[in-house]
Design a protein around this ligand. Structure first.
Ligand code: ADP
Length: 224
């Protein structure tokens, strides 16, 4: 799957309160890319992520997935598209505390009234090193393990691409590096595309293609 971003901008407010959160970003994402976007707080990282994942609409510009403009459809089509094609990982793991790790992982399928593929659940859990933790509640797991459960949940619908918003922000540096290595494995073994947003240069440097963003201006650092 190829993502084509052209002249993407987002302006909040008007007059004196006008903020250009993203200013004319154009780039392509190829299948299996491992991308980081680094910038300080308020630089436009979340805005970019929300626009390219269809969580928010741009002021100008287009986001095409295999040629299809994701912002053209209605909200229902867009949310179905997100559930099927995109996995999300957040800084706060957003696990439901009363459900086991496995129940949390398969929750998105239950919401879509689909049965889990047990072989795939085991494969993903083993890949993430949580195969022996599936009956545990989130409160019984370390931060790093909880984030791995959240990664498994992001993968359960077999999406093409994973967007991770500060996935290591709540972890110590060792667990953070581990989570990044897992994302790298997922790209290699499952063939997924990974986009990670971070303010941490050490995390950003683990990706193959690195972008920086400052005051809404996006630049690829690794561009040849
Ligand atoms: P980051 O994720 O890098 O911290 P954001 O994308 O959240 O940055 O924000 C970029 C800029 O846009 C900031 O100046 C922020 O204050 C502004 N912004 C973000 N969301 C809104 C909003 N809903 N309304 C007004 N301004 C916003």
């Amino acid at each position: 799957m190829k993502i084509t971003v052209r002249h993407l901008s987002k302006i909040y407010g008007s007059g004196e309160n006008k903020v250009t959160a993203l200013n004319d970003a154009s780039f392509d994402i190829a299948s299996r890319d491992f991308i980081s976007v680094m910038g300080p707080s308020g630089s436009g990282k979340s805005t970019l992520l929300h626009l390219i994942s269809g969580l928010d609409k741009p002021t100008a510009g287009t986001v095409l997935y295999d040629g299809l403009d994701i912002h053209r459809g209605n909200d229902k089509e867009l949310s179905a598209f997100r559930r099927q094609r995109i996995g999300f990982i957040f800084q706060q793991f957003h696990l439901l505390p009363v459900l086991s790790a496995k129940e949390n992982i398969i929750m998105p399928l239950l919401l879509d009234k689909k049965d889990p593929d047990e072989v795939y659940v085991s494969e993903v859990a083993d890949l993430l090193g949580i195969g022996d933790r599936l009956t545990h509640l989130p409160g019984e797991l370390s931060g790093g393990q909880q984030q791995r459960v959240a990664i498994a949940r992001a993968l359960i619908a077999k999406p093409d691409i994973i967007f991770a918003d500060e996935p290591t922000g709540n972890l110590d540096s060792r667990s953070g590096s581990e989570v990044m290595r897992m994302l790298c494995d997922i790209r290699e073994r499952l063939g997924k595309t990974i986009v990670v947003i971070t303010h941490d240069s050490r995390i950003a440097n683990m990706a193959d293609r690195r972008f920086t963003i400052a005051d809404g201006a996006l630049t690829e650092v690794t561009a040849s």
